[in-house]
Ligand binder design. Structure first.
Ligand code: MG
Length: 367
């Protein structure tokens, strides 16, 4: 089987709740997602997606994804996509860095390998370990009775883990988290994501003052060194996200004793192939992890769920439900969610069928 054509689509994904704001006033109205379709001489078609969130979130941006694919795609024509590790080595040989670009191509190659082998991806990733991985219930920062309603709705869906984000204003964040702590029940936890929004002194104050709340603090400060300084000063659990780019960071964070968990986003680390290695390292080192992506639609969701299925339940904390984030899906058969959990379709590859009417005409075709 060899690649005969690569088509690139651009899809605007509106947020489910209007705009989306991160710490530091970073606000976006929608996500710019790039979907790729790889055609082969065997008649099989593979799908991939990359959606690096807003351009001031990571060293990644949507138009950069499409420019990177334009750089890489011509060299992939005639290559065998059923060997993702070989393809990945070729991508690295041709283009240094830019993991979010390689992520889409890598995903489509895995999809094709699954279709060729007639196996769902979780089987190729090592087999079913977590049959019904839990989702975390997303709580937008809000106050008043609305907060109680949101928690009640997530509980009714079976969620016991919640995630929310900090504003970056330490006083407002303390007030919000303490309020949340008042209405959380025993056994429930919340992941409070600062997206690098606090200085070390601000983060210290938030973590200390909210000591009564069962919370994990995700990427609290702007750099690895600041997070290390924080974690060494306060005995509260910290989750690494934006700074956890590769195996080296994980090893270093583990050795430094500052990694209580990692948010393993497949797009940030460069796709399923590198994420598999990070999953294995987390499992070996005993680091609990969340599985998410920087953004995307039902194609990305399927990739996350397959990797979650093949992850040890004692290490996997929760997965992301992209339906909580965006209001438009690119697939006809999104991974179903039931009782706060997800289970991938028992179909070859990713097991999802993209909708031509949502993708529209390709913005680029390479053959
Ligand atoms: Mg995060």
């Amino acid at each position: 089987m060899v690649i005969t054509q690569i088509s690139v689509f651009r899809v605007e994904l509106p947020f489910a709740r209007g705009s989306y704001q991160l710490s530091g006033g970073r606000t976006w109205q929608s996500l710019d997602s790039t979907v790729i379709r790889i055609d082969t001489d065997a008649g099989l078609v593979g799908w991939g997606e990359t959606c690096p969130f807003g351009p001031n979130y990571l060293d990644a941006f949507a138009r950069g994804a499409r420019a990177g694919i334009a750089e890489l795609a011509p060299g992939l024509i005639g290559r065998d996509p059923s060997r993702p590790a070989v393809i990945y080595a070729q991508l690295d040989d041709h283009l240094l860095g830019h993991p979010y670009v390689k992520h889409a191509i890598d995903m489509a190659c895995w999809d094709l390998l699954g279709k060729l082998a007639r196996q769902p991806l979780y089987t190729l990733f090592g087999g079913m370990l977590s049959e019904f991985p839990p989702t975390s219930g997303w709580i937008p920062p809000t106050h008043g009775p609305r907060l109680d309603e949101l928690l009640a709705r997530h509980r009714a869906e079976g969620c016991r883990q919640f995630s929310t984000r900090a504003s970056g204003d330490p006083e407002a964040d303390i007030e919000f988290l303490l309020r949340l702590g008042e209405i959380m029940l025993p056994g429930e936890t919340v992941r409070f994501d600062a997206n690098r929004g606090w200085r070390v002194d601000e983060a210290l104050r938030v973590l200390r003052v909210t000591g009564s709340v069962e919370a994990y603090f995700e990427e609290p400060c702007a750099s690895y060194e600041e997070i290390r300084a924080l974690r060494r000063s306060v005995d509260r659990p910290v989750v690494l996200d934006e700074c956890a780019l590769d195996l080296d960071t994980l090893l270093r964070a583990h050795a430094d004793g500052i990694c209580d968990g990692v948010n393993l986003k497949i797009g940030r680390v460069g796709g399923l192939t590198p994420a598999l290695a990070m999953r294995d390292l987390c499992s070996a080192l005993g680091i609990p992890f969340y599985l998410q992506c920087t953004g995307g639609s039902g194609i990305t969701q399927a990739a996350i769920v397959h990797l979650a299925h093949a992850s040890a339940p004692e290490r996997l904390l929760s997965i992301w439900d992209i339906g909580d984030l965006v209001a438009l899906d690119t697939v006809a058969n999104p991974v179903p969610r039931k009782d706060g959990r997800m289970h991938a379709h028992h179909l070859p590859g990713l097991g999802v069928e993209p909708l031509a009417e949502v993708l529209g005409e390709p913005v680029a075709v390479y053959s």
